[in-house]
Structure formats: structure tokens, C-alpha cells
Design a protein around this ligand. Sequence first.
Ligand code: NDP
Ligand code: GDR
Length: 329
Amino acid sequence: MTSKRAFITGITGQDGAYLSQLLVEKGYEVHGLLRRSASADVVGTRLKWIGIADRVTLHDGNMMDLGSLIRIIETVEPVEIYNLAAQSFVKSSWQQPYLTGMTTGMGVTNMLEATRIVCPNARFYQASSSEMFGLIQEPIQSETTPFYPRSPYAAAKLYGHWMTVNYRESFGMHASSGILFNHESPLRGIEFVTRKITDGVARIKLGLIKKIALGNLDAKRDWGHARDYVKAMWLMTQQEQAGDYVVATGRTVTVRDFCNLAFAHVGLKAEDHIEIDPRFMRPAEVEVLHGNPAKAQKHLGWAAETSLEKLVSEMVEADLDRLVKHTHL
Ligand code: NDP
Ligand code: GDR
């Protein structure tokens, strides 16, 4: 029996690595999009870390180059497409609004078009975001909560979300949008607050630095583990009908709470090692995100499996290990 083929954009990112691992375990033939980099030595670091670099096939292309996407999809003939590629760092989206719009927004249209042209029956997953709720219109956000984006990133994601809905309604494509709340892991990019904290805690514990400089400690996020969240992506493409789903833990805590947990894990006190630096504040902040995953629980049978406490300890331990062994990510 030939295996099912999946194509993942953003395969070299955090979620791409965990999703590839999940699909390989399920017996899929996994293909991914690789954008050309001058630093070839760092390509695929996450796929190597997770131990599946040699189990996936990478194809040269770019989200902004429709021709490359069409050619790859023609070659791969996937039955499932997971569109994860994006300029995903909210803070950078104010510095690079056009690039963010093109990659995170128009890139979705490129992928939808490539799919419609080459394999309209493939099942399509779009990586939408809780950032679309932005200035929240309801204290707990679900699929019916109105959106209010607060950054160029969130505005681009909202465009991608509605294009996905539109292609589903216009062309009958099996296109689902996962409105995922923040999810983290040892493979999280170092610029995001959770990984910045766990890497900083590990460095302080090992005596390499004394302080971590952070921005808004009062921001609240609903943080889960990426390993759990990629399961929801796969479950969406397995449904008879495509749809939109909020994926969250249902628990929200402050950045300060996250710091306290991470420092406590190594027996230190957060207040002794944190300084506030205005450089890490945002022009417009998303103060609180708190998701209601009831629909995903009911329709997909999905629930977050990893507690925040377990997530934090796994991340701190991974950073300690990397620093002791002088390995990088
Ligand atoms: P990452 O930033 O870790 O990964 C982003 C991926 O997109 C990388 O593989 C990157 O490639 C790729 N990429 C960026 N620009 C291009 C381009 N022009 N052409 C081709 N590939 C490109 O993100 P995550 O894994 O954390 O997130 C996955 C998706 O889910 C993103 O769309 C993100 O916006 C969204 N999301 C994430 C959430 C989270 O909490 N993690 C929550 C909600 C949504 P390279 O390695 O070359 O940089
Ligand atoms: P976010 O993640 O913007 O929610 O987007 P990030 O970790 O960058 O920020 C979370 C909150 O922490 C506050 N904060 C800081 N953030 C960073 N990066 N660095 C700091 O020093 C710092 N200090 C405080 C921020 O102001 C913010 O309130 C992530 C990304 O993965 C998006 O792609 C995804 O769509 C959303 O999560 C859901």
C-alpha cells in the first residue's frame, strides 16, 4: 500500500517539526517547503533535533513565488496540505509590515490558488491565530467571537483566515482554519517570550548571565504545548466537513506567572533576575487571550494534554541541556 502524502509549508519552524514527526509516525510520506538560505548549515535544525530530518523531503520554493508552489504540489501530489509558513513574530511585523503582509497574508492566497489549480480535492489546513482576537471583544474567545487585530501580523492572519473560509465556500474546497492560541516547546524560536525566559533561566542557573530584560509582564496568554496542538491540525483534515476551530487550553496566566514557574524550577526567584526594558514593549499590545476549546473538544475529540507546569519544566530542562552540551537552536 502506498502511503498518504502530505505537504507542509513552514516545515522548518516549530510546528512544522512536530507536525512532521506526528505524520511520519502515522505512516505518511512527508514533504515540505524550504526557502533558500545563504546559511545552509542551519537549515533543518529543528527537524534534526526532533530526529526526523532524514524522514522528510524538502523542496525549494517560497510562499511569495506562486510558480514554485504550483510546481512542488504538481510533483508531490499531496492529499493533505498544511499551510504553516509565515513571518510569525508579532513584534517584527511593525518593522516589516509589507513583508509580513505578503508572506503571512498573500502567501495563504498563493497556497490556496496552487491547491485549487493542481489538486482541489486535497485537504487544506490554514494556521490561523488567536492574535486575530487582539483587542478582545469577549472575555473568553471562541469561533463566534468578533475579531479585532492589533498588529500588521494579526491583520495579515485575518486576511488569510477569511481567504480560507472564502475558498471553502466559493469552490467547495476542504479548507479548515485552526485558530490556535500560543503554543510553545523546546523548539520555540528564541525571540518569543517563553523561550527567551527559559533560555535566560538556564543561563542564569549556569552562571553565564545575571538578568533577563523583558517588556510587558502583565500580558496574559493561554499557553499550550506545540506537540499537542499539531494533533488538532491533523484531526481537522480528517473530518468529513472542513471548518474553523479554536485550539487552546482554557487557562490563561501572565508573563510574570510564566517567569515565576521557570525560575522556581531551578530554585531561584524571578524578581531577583528580571529587568524591564521598554525596547520589548509593543506599539499596540494584546493584553489578554483566553480560549474556549469546547468545539474542538466536542467535534475533534481534542484536548490539551500537557499542563503549563510540565511545559515550562520541559523547556527549562532542554535549554539547560543545550547550554551544557554547547548545542544550538
Ligand atoms: P515559526 O516562526 O517557528 O516557523 C515559521 C515557518 O515559516 C518557518 O519554517 C519559516 O522558514 C517559514 N517561512 C517564513 N517565511 C517564508 C517564506 N517567505 N517562504 C517559505 N517559508 C517561509 O512558526 P511556528 O511554527 O511557531 O508557527 C507555525 C504557524 O502557525 C505560523 O503561520 C504562525 O503564524 C502560526 N501560529 C503559531 C502559533 C504559535 O503559538 N506558535 C499560534 C497561532 C498561529 P525559515 O525556517 O526559513 O525561517
Ligand atoms: P505573541 O508571542 O506575540 O503572543 O505571538 P510572544 O511570545 O512574542 O509575546 C507574548 C507576550 O509576551 C509579552 N512580552 C514579550 N514578548 C517578547 N517576544 N519578548 C519580550 O521580551 C517580552 N516581554 C513581554 C509580549 O508583549 C506579548 O504580550 C505568538 C506567535 O507565535 C504568533 O505567531 C502567534 O500567532 C501567537 O503567539 C498566537
